[in-house]
Design a protein around this ligand. Structure first.
Ligand code: F6P
Length: 557
């Protein structure tokens, strides 16, 4: 696969996306109208087998999409023309494709094998990655075995990760996802919200003598994390008699910023580092995964990294027509840019994946929630969708009605497993087939619906026929694996990481910065004195000034 587009982020020579012939060809194709799913399947008996791509343990079925071979070919031409493959190769090579921060984007190096060579500038980063993984493993083993003792000599039994965004969502999601593999004798909690209730609820039943805090922050300047870590230290010292030396046995840091970690009072010996070429939302297989590694053990953690790596290699080398992240990214573009879909649902049929979609929200929406191109020009097309969803079958009894019969087109990914994991009783294991019956039934109903004639044939009175008709043609991807293992989790996350990459590349945006979250942070710092000290903050707009006054009045009553 080659392409002749300008270098990544090049300010010149990048034609406007919507004027590209490959784009207008897709517009024309859409305007011609495509057959519905009933017709598409009727016309091609092989469709259910042909529209499947396999990667690692994942079987990804995209047959229930509103696409034909022509649609897919046109989408692939768009990918080629917009330089997706060139940008992909530049990312893997360690080029500074995060142009607004002048950084390489090398999360793929975090899961590269020990003997790989991946350079940031002149430096092969892989040895440092494995050195940190080895240190993490030694530490995780100590905590798991009870050899790591607290200030009073008692073993650590509770691990509290304090972080937010990418320094929380990844480990928290993966801990839940892999709970069946965790050391059950240890307690894990994840604190992120600056609302004091979060820390309070996390520690209220814990013994400080047996509690380890992992302060996870790439920058070590994030106000929520530093505030919570400061409060956690106060809680610990109060519980252990105030000896500052206790901090060394009860606090470790995960960060890129050694100076700030030392400034906070955590011994650099107790810091596990990562690097500025790891974006926050791409960081949970770096040192940020320490809490997870303690939970599942170093071997399982490495299995998970191998799962990531497997999909990295697939994305890097698989031909376009069988490249799963490419296909998923392009299907999203088909709906978002040519069908006016505004959102994308991710619906895992696994209780263990309860936080999976919340994790993807940051991955996708912080990456592709952009409205300027890489060269600073405004985009004139839709970019990242609203990503949402919760595990099935719960969602079926909440919002699926809107997906089935509402007015919006909502493409959805259904993720399911052939076998349950964990030490379930035989009775609970048997419930798995019921779970998966729902999984298959939903995608069938969404795709093929029920026609008015089918409704009438059931004897439904004419006045109810319209209400009981299902239009169908709601597109879904079905991702099926045998069971949710650490490797499969890594495969799934890498799949979505690269899907997001593909979309950002086509939209010509930088998927790796997040300037949009800065303004709110700056304003929060400015407003705080008005709330706590009643200081008159200059520059507050009239609405916010009135709200602050109302807040202060309510606080006083
Ligand atoms: O929300 C903005 C953000 O910078 C995320 O990208 C990041 O994951 C999060 O804050 C936490 O940042 P840090 O790890 O530096 O505390």
């Amino acid at each position: 696969m080659s392409d002749s587009t300008p270098a990544p982020g090049s300010p010149t020579g990048f034609p406007t996306l919507t004027r590209r012939p490959e784009w207008t060809a897709l517009e024309d194709h859409r305007a011609e109208g495509q057959p519905g799913l009933r017709d598409l399947f009727a016309a091609d008996p092989e469709r259910a087998e042909r529209y499947v791509v396999r990667v690692g343990d994942l079987r990804i079925d995209y047959s229930k999409h509103l696409v034909t071979d022509t649609t897919l070919a046109l989408l692939q031409e768009l990918a080629t023309a917009t330089g997706v493959f060139g940008l992909r190769d530049a990312m893997f090579r360690g080029e500074r494709i995060n142009t607004t921060e002048d950084r390489a984007v090398l999360h793929t190096a975090l899961r590269a094998p020990r003997d790989a060579v991946i350079e940031d500038g002149d430096e092969n980063v892989v040895p440092a990655v494995h050195a940190v993984l080895d240190r993490m493993a030694a530490f995780a083993d100590q905590v798991r075995s009870g050899a790591w003792t607290g200030h009073t000599g008692r073993r650590v039994r509770n691990v509290v990760n304090i972080g937010i965004g990418g320094s929380d969502l990844g480990p928290a999601m993966a801990y839940d996802a892999l709970r069946a593999y965790t050391a059950r004798e240890l307690t894990f909690r994840f604190v992120s919200n600056v609302d004091g209730a979060d820390l309070h609820e996390a520690v209220r039943d814990l013994d400080p003598a047996e509690t380890l805090f992992i302060v996870a922050s790439k920058t070590f300047t994030t106000i929520e994390t530093i505030t919570n870590a400061t409060s956690a230290r106060a809680w610990l010292l109060q519980g252990l008699g105030g000896d500052e030396k206790a901090v060394a046995r009860h606090f470790v840091a995960l960060s890129t910023n050694q100076e700030k970690v030392s400034g906070f009072g955590i011994d650099p010996e107790n810091m596990f580092e990562f690097w500025d070429w790891v974006g926050g939302r791409y960081s949970y297989d770096s040192a940020i995964g320490l809490s997870l590694m303690i939970a599942i053990g170093p071997d399982r953690f490495r299995e998970m990294l191998d799962g990531f790596h497997l999909v990295d290699e697939h994305f890097r080398t698989a031909p376009a027509e069988a490249n799963a992240p490419l296909l998923m990214g392009l299907l999203g573009i088909w709906y978002g840019n040519f069908h006016d879909a505004q959102s994308h649902a991710v619906l895992p049929y696994s209780h263990y994946l309860s936080r999976f979609t919340a994790y993807l929200q940051q991955l996708d929406m912080e990456s592709n929630g952009k409205s300027v191109q890489r060269d600073g020009r405004p985009v004139g097309w839709q970019t990242g969708p609203v990503v949402w969803g919760t595990p099935g079958t719960n969602g079926q009894h909440a919002y699926y009605q809107l997906i089935h019969q509402g007015t919006k087109l909502i493409p959805a990914d259904f993720i399911g497993f052939a076998r349950p994991v964990g030490e379930l009783s035989d009775g609970l294991k048997a419930q798995h087939d019921l779970l998966m019956a729902n999984f298959f039934a939903q995608t069938q109903a969404l795709a093929f619906g029920k026609t008015p004639d089918e409704v009438r044939a059931e004897g439904v009175p004419e006045e109810l026929v319209a209400h009981k008709t299902f239009k169908g043609d709601h597109p879904t991807t079905t991702i099926l694996a045998r069971e949710l293992t650490p490797s499969v989790l890594g495969q799934l996350i890498a799949l979505y990481e690269h899907k997001v990459f593909v979309q950002g590349a086509v939209w010509h945006i930088n998927s790796f910065d997040q300037w949009g979250v800065e303004l709110g942070k700056v304003l929060a710092k400015r407003v705080e004195p008005a709330l706590t000290d009643g200081v008159d903050v200059p520059g507050l707009d009239p609405s916010t000034r009135a709200l602050v006054a109302a807040y202060r009045d309510l606080k006083e009553v």
